[in-house]
Ligand binder design. Structure first.
Ligand code: SF4
Ligand code: SF4
Ligand code: SF4
Length: 360
């Protein structure tokens, strides 16, 4: 089970593509200790209920390092209740407890790096690329670029095996390949790109993006052929799905029985993009203090079991994010049932590039 804890909605940055961007400045909520502990308890209980042997806790935000004390507390609390469950024979000693953090990297220091190293944290670092590329969208509160605040830490992030996450907006298109290559040259062996679908992508912009993806795909293939360790999620995942004859929902999607997202107020959501403490928000799956709303959970279950009508007959539907990923559908259309024409175009284009790569 992967438990994603939104420790705070506050952030020291103001990225142009932040999914809290409209409300970022007013978002002040933080998860209190009681909620934090109850969320971890619920996460462990759900893990045991589904007979899983792996419990991963991801500290998420906003920027979770704004609340680094809560990370320390969460780790100690999780270790203590997992040890108790082992002592009571509820889980055996093969059970794995793992931690991760999704961060913008600007608030790291030696103390926190040492802590991550000691606790074997998986670090997901939002780093779009070199300075000129990164600073296009990743800005501080005062509007300046945030690259300088991360640059000095890059070697340590690399040493700890951080995964670099790079977001593509329409402003980034022509420097994407260069940025992916730069990230790899810095030593990141695992990275992925995702697109900021803003409803304004034009055909001409998708054509330019296709050219960049072709270069990325070729570069990834050449690195792999040379025996280099290089996981480029954008290409790797699509290629793997074809080679394994699998589908996203089975290969890498964990909603329903593999993921719980918890907002600062304790509300439970199916995955990261849904998490918010705002009132009257859709897809709340319950609250850590009152438990799961099984009817709401069933909606997600039904989503997973069914194909989307609009996609009937489409032969790439099982590797298409618009079809398979509840988060993507939700943030691009407001509903898990929706299909965004932009994502549809993107997925067709990327599938073709990956198919050509497999054939070449
Ligand atoms: S670092 Fe993340 S949470 Fe903070 S403004 Fe940027 S995208 Fe939003
Ligand atoms: S809903 Fe999307 S983001 Fe969430 S686990 Fe599934 S594929 Fe991943
Ligand atoms: S490519 Fe378009 S039609 Fe095909 S599954 Fe994706 S969203 Fe549906």
């Amino acid at each position: 089970m992967n438990l994603v804890l939104c420790l705070t909605e506050q952030c020291n940055l103001r990225c142009t593509y932040c999914y809290y961007k409209e409300t970022q400045a007013e978002r002040k909520t933080v998860m209190d200790d009681e909620t934090l502990e109850q969320a971890i308890r619920i996460g462990l209980e759900r893990t045991i209920l589904f007979k899983q042997h792996f419990f991963n806790i991801t500290f998420f935000g906003g920027e979770p390092l704004v609340r680094r004390e809560a990370i320390y507390k969460g780790v100690e609390f999780a270790k203590a209740i997992v040890a108790d469950a082992m002592d009571n024979g509820r889980i055996d000693n093969t059970f794995i407890l793992q931690f991760a953090v999704n961060t913008n990297g600007t608030l790291f220091d030696d103390e926190f790096f040492d802590f991550c190293e000691k606790e074997h944290f998986r670090i997901y670092l939002s780093l779009d690329g070199p300075e000129h590329h990164h600073n296009l969208a990743r800005r501080t509160v005062s509007g300046t670029g945030s690259f300088k605040a991360i640059e000095k830490h890059i070697p340590r992030f690399v040493k700890l095996g951080a995964v670099a996450l790079s977001t593509i907006t329409r402003l980034h298109i022509d420097t994407i390949f260069e940025s992916v290559k730069w990230l790899h040259e810095q030593g990141f062996q695992s990275l992925t790109t995702s697109v900021d679908f803003d409803g304004k992508w034009s055909g001409e912009e998708f054509d330019r993006l296709a050219l960049q993806y072709q270069k990325m795909a070729q570069y990834w293939k050449e690195c792999r052929e040379k025996g280099e360790k290089f996981f480029l999620g954008t290409i790797h995942d699509k290629v793997k799905l074809v080679l394994l004859n699998s589908r996203y929902r089975n290969y890498s999607c964990h909603v329903y029985n593999g993921a719980i997202g918890v907002a600062t107020n304790g509300n439970i959501f199916p995955c990261t993009r849904f998490i918010t403490s705002q009132k009257d928000t859709p897809y709340v799956q319950g609250n850590v203090f009152t438990g799961f709303d099984e009817k709401a959970c069933e909606k997600i279950h039904t989503f997973l079991d069914n194909d989307k009508q609009e996609c009937e007959g489409c032969d790439i539907r099982y590797r298409c994010c618009a079809h398979e990923c509840a988060c993507t559908s939700f943030y691009t259309t407001g509903s898990i049932e929706g299909v965004s024409p932009e994502v549809c175009t993107h997925e067709r284009m990327l599938a073709e590039i990956c198919d050509n790569l497999i054939r070449s």
